[in-house]
Design a protein around this ligand. Structure first.
Ligand code: 13P
Ligand code: SF4
Length: 301
């Protein structure tokens, strides 16, 4: 079945001059057939540099929107329109406008936001470059949303005042990790290192040996001399790392699944390539302004 679907996908890709981009949390078969797999930053760069006519984006809504914003003349398709990031839904353009008025400070929109939010932000960031963006922005006070844990991480890294908007925005997948999980993991695997995503709670980040984006964690595991590594992020990435490093002992901090990321299937990829439906559309006026915030991110880094 998998071989048959792969064969269909390869044929359709050639016929339609299409490429497939996949986030690190996608199911393994999708990561396997993708032309490019990465974290949000790498996928934004891949989307910017793509030369195909069609991009099939396997991730969640805000990622596909970013690809569409950067490629107004290409068709961006998603295998499932139900793959929507619940954290991105926690911030809207009005909240950004009000916060900017209240604090008179620049707004850094986490890339996990809708186009309408990016359009009113000063700059975007991802989990991989948030510290550099905040460091390089010309203000000692910065607003950042919707992830309050990422805002805390950026403040720790830069020493700047980073005000989260909304106050308690978070990703349920990473917010679910607690200090108790860390304590239990330390007892069960005393020799192992702990690495976590910056969307985790501050108290979990504080206990970790390394904090980074999904791709930064992939590189950390590949380069670490330690045999045992405990990882605090979405389970799909951990399963992939277990596969890729049979000689290492890799454990999840606890099993946590992003159901939005799992809406995409191989069947969905075949179907969307055949039918060219599920086209991602962004209002042109919003796209122009959102593109500026994304490009400013590339400039600042
Ligand atoms: P990365 O940019 O680190 O891949 O994170 C995206 C994401 O949605 C994490 O929950
Ligand atoms: Fe959104 Fe969290 Fe899923 Fe990432 S893991 S897509 S932030 S819900």
């Amino acid at each position: 079945m998998f071989v048959e679907q792969m064969f269909d996908i390869e044929g359709l890709k050639k016929q339609k001059n299409a490429v497939i981009l996949s986030h690190n949390y996608q199911i393994l078969p999708i990561q396997t057939i993708a032309d490019s797999v990465g974290d949000s930053l790498e996928l934004s760069m891949a989307a910017r540099d793509v030369e195909a006519d069609i991009i099939v984006f396997c991730g969640v809504d805000f990622m596909a929107e970013t690809a569409a914003i950067l490629n107004p003349n290409k068709k961006v398709l998603v295998p499932s329109t139900e793959a929507r990031c619940p954290m991105a839904a926690q911030l809207n353009a009005d909240m950004v406008r009000k916060a900017k008025e209240k604090y008179n400070a620049p707004f850094v929109a986490y890339v996990n936001t809708h186009a309408s939010v990016k359009a009113v932000a000063d700059v975007c960031c991802t989990s991989a470059n948030v510290a550099r963006v905040v460091e390089n922005i010309d203000s000692e006070t910065v607003l950042l949303g919707p992830d309050a844990n990422l805002a805390w991480y950026a403040a720790e890294k830069t020493g700047k005042e980073v005000i989260p908007v909304p106050e308690y925005g978070n990703c349920c997948v990473h917010q679910s990790f607690t200090v108790k999980d860390v304590e239990r993991a330390r007892i069960e695997h005393p020799e192992a290192e702990i690495i976590v995503h910056p969307e985790c709670r501050p108290e979990v980040q504080r206990f970790a040996d390394f904090v980074g984006s999904t791709s930064q964690m992939i590189r950390y595991v590949a380069e670490s001399g330690k045999n045992g590594i405990i990882i605090g992020t979405e389970i799909g990435l951990i399963e992939r790392l277990v596969d890729e490093h049979p000689g290492k002992e890799i454990f999840p901090l606890r099993t946590s699944v992003c159901s939005a990321m799992k809406k995409n299937t191989l069947d969905g990829v075949v179907k969307v390539l055949r039918e060219e439906n599920n086209v991602v559309r962004v209002d042109e006026k919003i796209a122009v302004r959102a593109r500026k915030a994304i490009e400013r991110m590339f400039e600042l880094c």
